[in-house]
Design a protein around this ligand. Structure first.
Ligand SMILES: [Zn+2]
Length: 186
């Protein structure tokens, strides 16, 4: 009776699966965003952001998860699916979510600057497009956001360390091997 009850069909549970994907992105030095697609209470696709790994700016977690879900269902229409993602979808992913007719989008951390699910703009419910997604925002938001915050603060710390490292700072203006003392004379 002391065991916590885990509702295997709750938004919090599926967001937990998206968070596991985001953690995999973090380990791979990618911006930590993860996504899963759920249909009839089952996960049919899981993906994490792989922009650096695939050298592809379109390899966001949502895009990869949608392609997987289309393959799993044999249908590009995902009308009975819910996509869970740790960060509010960007305009590209929101466009893909509308094109694939995803029924519902659940996200964790909102993105005031670039979020296309209601923060900066709302492409998921754009009046003149032929499909609108239901939106549930802020599920496990603190965990989703803290992954992103710690990732970017680590990155900033690494950059500062590199800048302050005397091994990197010895010849600060050298480009292409040119000696700055020589180029100053020419
Ligand atoms: Zn995106």
């Amino acid at each position: 009776m002391d065991e916590p009850i885990i509702n295997l069909h709750s938004d919090a549970y599926f967001m937990g699966e998206a968070l596991r994907q985001a953690a995999r992105a973090y380990e791979a030095d990618e911006v930590p965003v993860g996504a899963v697609v759920v249909r009839a209470g089952r996960i049919i696709a899981r993906a994490f952001n792989q922009v650096e790994l695939l050298c592809d700016a379109t390899a966001h977690a949502e895009m990869l998860a949608l392609t997987q879900a289309e393959e799993a269902t044999g249908n590009w229409r995902l009308t009975d699916c819910t996509l869970y993602v740790t960060k509010e979808p960007c305009p590209m992913c929101a466009g893909a979510l509308v094109h694939t007719r995803v029924q519902r989008v659940v996200f964790g951390a909102s993105d005031p600057k670039g979020g296309a699910a209601g923060s900066a703009m709302n492409l998921l419910q754009f009046p003149t497009l032929n499909h609108r997604c239901e939106i549930t925002a802020g599920v496990r938001e603190v965990e989703c956001r803290s992954l992103l915050v710690s990732f970017f603060s680590e990155r900033r710390a690494e950059k500062l360390e590199a800048r302050d490292d005397p091994r990197n700072g010895a010849r600060p203006n050298v480009r292409n091997g040119a000696d700055p003392t020589l180029s100053a004379e020419s």
